[in-house]
Design a binder for this molecule. Structure first.
Ligand SMILES: [Zn+2]
Length: 315
């Protein structure tokens, strides 16, 4: 696999296209330039060799990467963590304290991912290899990651998409890295699409996280899938409205027929139009199905409704 493309962005941020699934613009990693450089997201294990070559191309030797920051432990973000840790022996892997142990002992993470992804585990994701416990720093809301030279990242606990999700905010640049907690907007998409996967998507917490992001008044918001959304306040507001609309659509469908197939079908009918078919881009549909497919979103929402009706809701 060829090295992943590098895209210089303002404020010492470089986007690294992780070349997930061998396609461009599926999952971005973000390299932050500082005395102690950080990479935010590394993508899945199967494409991480391309990311490693990109880091080499960016001039980082094995001793140079100080942090690998993971928004959450889903394998499209964190699957390559073990390989990055091995290639950069001085790097600390920063992850929510809620998910940290799964990187040290990834058997359960790999097994549950295989149940969700099926054969895509062999073609797109691959197994996450373990990271030594002393290399993993489990973080909580309010923690800070010191990149040196006055640059830092503030950790925000950002549940909703998953209970092990964090956002990280660079207060000087006003740059907010949100993983999947705002949703996805890939090339060819006219709207931000919520990402509401099983097993622990939570609507109330997801909306609360979006509200929290808005209160930071970021100057730029970087999605993992894919790139900056602009202008930030409007985009965060849009994400919140889109999430409410998807959830309401699914809720009505579920009230009609409490069957996953039915909810999936209704979401597909309702939202198919937001994917502009680009004749020059044969991957446009495949990308979005991979990351935020109708069935996955329906499954997460249905599970959330079921939890709520069995009296075991989030907040
Ligand atoms: Zn993702």
């Amino acid at each position: 696999m060829s090295p992943a493309p590098l895209e210089p962005l303002p404020d010492g941020v470089t986007a690294i296209d992780t070349m997930t699934a061998g396609m461009t613009k599926v999952t971005a990693g973000y390299l932050l330039d500082a005395p102690r450089p950080a990479l935010v997201e590394c993508g899945p294990a199967l494409s991480v060799s391309s990311v490693l070559r990109a880091l080499d191309g960016a001039g980082l030797g094995p001793g140079d990467l100080a942090y690998l920051v993971l928004s959450h432990i889903h394998l499209d973000h964190a699957g390559g963590a073990g390989d990055v840790a091995e290639a950069f022996p001085g790097a600390t892997v920063v992850v929510s304290e809620v998910g940290a142990r799964h990187l040290v002992e990834p058997d359960r993470l790999n097994a549950s991912s295989r149940r969700v992804y099926g054969e895509l585990m062999d073609t797109v994701y691959g197994d996450c290899t373990p990271v030594a416990g002393e290399r993993v720093r489990g973080v909580a809301d309010g923690d800070r990651i010191d990149l040196g030279g006055g640059r830092r990242l503030d950790v925000l606990y950002a549940p909703g998409h998953a209970k092990h999700h964090i956002g990280v905010f660079d207060p000087d640049a006003g740059a907010l890295f949100v993983g999947d907690s705002v949703g996805v907007r890939l090339p060819g998409m006219t709207e931000i699409r919520p990402a509401t996967p099983p097993p622990d998507f939570d609507l109330v917490l997801a909306q609360r996280t979006l509200q929290r992001y808005r209160s930071l008044d970021p100057r730029v918001v970087y999605l993992a899938h894919y790139g900056a959304i602009d202008p930030p306040q409007e985009a965060l507001h849009e994400a919140s409205e889109r999430l409410a609309l998807w959830a309401e659509t699914a809720r009505c469908a579920y009230a009609d027929h409490s069957e996953l197939d039915h909810v999936t079908e209704v979401l597909t009918q309702r939202f198919a139009g937001e994917m502009a078919a680009d004749p020059d881009d044969p991957h446009s549909q495949r990308r979005v199905e991979l990351l935020s497919g109708y069935r996955s979103n329906a499954m997460g929402l249905v599970r959330y409704f079921e939890r709520a009706t069995t009296g075991n809701p989030s907040s």
